[in-house]
Design a protein around this ligand. Structure first.
Ligand code: CP
Length: 364
């Protein structure tokens, strides 16, 4: 099936789901511009760099009262739905505050027991109903593939508003990966950028959607090496490793954090994802081998960084928080700027924001 011969409004959901990633990526654009945001595979190097540039400009404009007031006019004519029926603190709050910064009015459903889904309304009808009132739907859902279903449903309706995937089951969390890339870019700004860097991803890589989405985005960079450090029972999926191989990204796998730490520029820690049951998963006690402890700091490069999508349990000792390499608190704040940049890009206001930034050269 060639992409240019397919109209998503003329195929069934079952046919749509069976399309290749490349064909789906084409659907998630409108007239060549970013529209739905469902997969990390939608982001080229050029688009990633543009989003980082918009995020930087937005962050700097927001430093002044006048700048913040101006930003609130940029999308003041838009309304967003935050449909988060899986728990979230920072993704929800960073999207909510990105909307506040840009003047977008927000509605929310976080508890499905308060929606008419309890009366038997289908999830698809629920999504259509949201689209009657808002201009973008930002959703976190426990089911892999539901954000994709929502995008197909709306593409087949008279209100095809964009859908942003804010976490879909164990599958993907593309906007987390965007903020992870922004954090890496900012951290390595004076040190050659992301190209050529070695990055360790540590922990429950089988069930962690953030490490999956970040792995996809890293295929856009040259000479990157990835070290997957995981218990044998929770190793990174073969689908991701195949993508890395096809893109000539070197990766290594082991289960010994201490042997990897001296060789990497970034350590990306993750918690055990025991909300998703899998056969043979290890216990929290056994997971302690994948914790970063204060004694590990001396093994790391002096200019390496420590990341975590958060929330954490015990996989990073809180005593590490004050180390200059600990980047995870800045990383979560970066999420607000990146998500604002994404909304600016989806609503095609990037020229307006970048022009304002260049015309206010006193902004640092
Ligand atoms: N990183 C992340 O997705 O955090 P929340 O689950 O708190 O949104």
């Amino acid at each position: 099936m060639k992409t240019d011969t397919i109209d998503p409004r003329n195929i069934s959901l079952v046919q749509f789901k069976s399309l290749s990633t490349e064909q789906k990526v084409a659907f998630y654009q409108k007239e060549g511009a970013l529209f739905d945001v469902l997969l990390s595979q939608q982001f080229s190097r050029e688009l990633l760099e543009e989003i980082c540039t918009i995020a930087n400009a937005t962050r700097k404009i927001a430093k002044s009262y006048e700048g913040m007031m101006w930003l609130q006019t940029v999308l003041a004519h838009k309304r967003a739905m935050l449909y988060f029926i899986q728990p979230s603190t920072r993704t929800f709050l960073s999207f909510l505050n990105a909307c506040h910064i840009l003047g977008i009015k927000v509605s929310e459903v976080r508890d499905p027991s308060t929606s008419s889904e309890v009366k038997g309304e289908t999830p698809s009808d629920t999504i259509r109903t949201f689209s009657s009132y808002v201009d973008v739907i930002i959703m976190r859902h426990p089911s892999e593939g539901f954000a994709e279903t929502a995008a197909w449903v709306l593409n087949n309706s008279d209100r095809p508003v964009p859908v942003i995937n804010a976490g879909s089951g164990r599958d993907q969390h593309p906007t987390q990966a965007l903020l992870d890339i922004y954090t890496l870019e900012r951290s390595f700004e004076e040190n050659g950028g992301i190209d050529g860097k070695s990055i360790a991803m540590v922990g429950d890589l089988m069930r962690g959607r953030t490490v999956r989405s970040l792995s996809y985005l890293l295929t856009n960079y040259n000479g990157v090496k990835i070290f997957y450090v995981a218990p044998n029972e929770l190793r990174m999926g073969d689908d991701i490793k195949s993508v890395l191989s096809r893109n000539n990204i070197q990766f290594f796998e082991n289960d010994d954090i201490e042997s990897v730490l001296p060789h990497v520029d970034a350590v990306y820690m993750t918690r055990i994802q025991d909300e998703y049951e899998v056969v043979g998963a290890i216990s929290e006690k056994e997971y302690e081998r994948f914790h970063l402890l204060e004694r590990h700091l001396s093994l790391m490069k002096k200019d390496a960084i420590i990341m975590h999508p958060l929330p954490r349990r015990k996989e990073i000792d809180p005593s590490i928080d004050n180390d200059s390499r600990a980047m995870y608190w800045r990383q979560e704040r970066n999420g607000m700027w990146v998500r604002a940049a994404l909304l600016i890009k989806i609503f095609q206001k990037e020229k307006q924001v970048l022009n304002y930034f260049s015309q206010h050269s006193n902004i640092v």
